[in-house]
Design a protein around this ligand. Structure first.
Ligand code: ZN
Length: 342
C-alpha cells in the first residue's frame, strides 16, 4: 500500500556537473565521466533506499537533460548545429538539436544506467524515457515536416529502447510528457497514441508522467498565468484512461489542479505528486499524508503511489534528499492513518 517513487531526475553532485541548472555542463570527460556518472547513480540509489523510497530510479545522473539524453544516441539528429527555439508553446527558449535525416538508433541508449541500477538494488526499479510529443517539442525538425509523423518515428525508436530496458530487468518504464499539459488537444488526439506505440509489446508496467515542469523561473511565471484552477489534465486523462498505459504520474501538492480530476483516471494506477519540486521548503510527513488522504477520495487505496510532482534535477542536493525522506515518512504515516480503507 502506498509504494513510493520519484518522478525521475535528482540533482547531480557538483563533481559530476554544474549544479542547479537544467542543461548543466559535465565537469569531467571520457572514462572519468562514465565513472562519475556511475558513482553519482550509486549515491542516489543509496539515498533513496536510506530514505525508505520503495521504487528506485537512477535519478537521471547520466543524461544532461531528460530529452536530449535520448537524442544523443539517435542517427539523423544534428547536435553540432543547435538552434535556439521557443519550447512548450514558447514558454522558454532552449538550444535544441535539429532533425536532418531519417531517424534511427545508433545502438542502445541507456543500457549502462539500467543494468547498473538493476545490479545495485534489489528493489523494484523505474526507468524514464522522454515521450514522443515532448521530444517533438524539444527538437527543430528539418526533415519530416509533420509533427505526427515525427512523433511516430520517435515512438518506434523509444519502443526499441524500452523493450531492451525491459530485458535489462526494469520493472516500470515511464514516458515523460510535460508537453501534454501544453498541447492538450493534440495530446488527446495523437499524443497518447504515440506513447502507446512507444510502449507496444511491453509486459512490464508502463507509465506516463505529466506535469507543470521543473521549478525554474519560466515555469513559475507560466503557472502564475494559469489561474485558480488548472484543468489541463481534464482533456488528456480521458484519452489516457482508454489507453493501454497502466500508470499516470501527476502533480497534486501545491498545484491548482482540482483533485477530483483524478477520477478521470479510473482503472489506472495514479502516482500522486505529494512533493513540490518548485519549493525548497521540505514537506512534513503530515502534509504528505494529507495529500494522500485527498487522493483517496478519488482513487482506490491500492492504486495510489505517492511520488514527487516532477523531477528534482535543478534543486539543491540536500533539500532533495530531505524531500525523499518526507515522501517515505509521509507514506508510512498514511499507511497507519488510512489502514481501515485497505
Ligand atoms: Zn515533470
Amino acid at each position: 500500500m502506498f509504494e513510493t517513487a520519484i518522478a525521475g531526475s535528482l540533482p547531480k553532485p557538483s563533481w559530476l556537473a554544474e549544479t542547479q541548472k537544467l542543461w548543466p555542463q559535465w565537469k569531467v570527460e571520457g572514462l572519468e565521466l562514465t565513472q562519475a556518472k556511475k558513482d553519482a547513480t550509486l549515491l542516489w540509489i543509496k539515498a533513496q533506499e536510506d530514505a525508505g523510497v520503495d521504487i528506485i530510479g537512477d535519478g537521471e545522473q547520466s543524461r544532461q537533460h531528460f530529452v536530449h539524453g535520448f537524442l544523443e544516441q539517435v542517427e539523423g539528429i544534428d547536435f553540432e548545429h543547435k538552434v535556439k527555439m521557443g519550447i512548450r508553446d514558447n514558454r522558454y527558449d532552449a538550444m535544441v538539436p535539429q532533425v536532418v535525416a531519417a531517424l534511427k538508433l545508433k545502438g542502445r541508449v541507456h543500457a549502462m544506467e539500467a543494468q547498473f541500477l538493476r545490479a545495485h538494488t534489489t528493489k523494484k526499479i523505474k526507468f524514464t524515457l522522454p515521450g514522443p510529443m515532448t521530444i517533438v517539442d524539444t527538437v527543430a525538425d528539418n526533415f519530416y515536416g509533420d509533427k505526427i509523423k515525427l512523433a511516430m518515428a520517435f515512438a518506434e525508436l523509444l519502443n526499441q529502447e524500452a523493450l531492451a530496458l525491459q530485458a535489462d530487468g526494469v520493472d516500470i518504464i515511464q514516458f515523460d510528457e510535460p508537453a501534454f499539459n501544453v498541447y492538450m488537444k493534440d495530446a488527446a488526439d495523437w499524443g497518447v497514441k504515440a506513447v502507446e506505440r512507444a510502449a507496444q509489446g511491453l509486459t512490464c508496467t508502463t507509465a506516463v508522467h505529466i506535469c507543470y515542469g521543473y521549478g525554474i523561473k519560466a515555469n513559475d511565471d507560466w503557472k502564475e498565468k494559469l489561474g485558480d484552477e488548472w484543468r489541463q489534465y481534464e482533456t488528456v486523462f480521458p484519452a489516457l484512461a482508454k489507453s493501454s498505459i497502466q500508470q499516470v504520474s501527476l502533480e497534486c501538492y501545491h498545484s491548482h489542479v482540482p483533485p477530483h480530476l483524478m477520477k478521470l483516471l479510473e482503472g489506472k494506477d495514479v502516482m500522486v505528486g505529494v512533493i513540490d519540486v518548485a519549493s525548497d521548503t521540505v514537506e512534513t510527513p503530515e502534509q504528505v499524508a494529507d495529500t494522500i488522504g485527498k487522493a483517496l477520495e478519488y482513487v482506490p487505496f491500492n492504486r495510489i503511489f505517492p511520488c514527487t510532482n516532477c523531477g528534482m534535477a535543478p534543486m539543491d542536493r540536500e533539500i532533495a534528499r530531505r524531500k525523499l525522506e518526507a515522501l517515505a515518512q509521509g507514506a508510512a504515516l498514511a499507511r497507519q492513518r488510512y489502514a481501515q480503507k485497505a
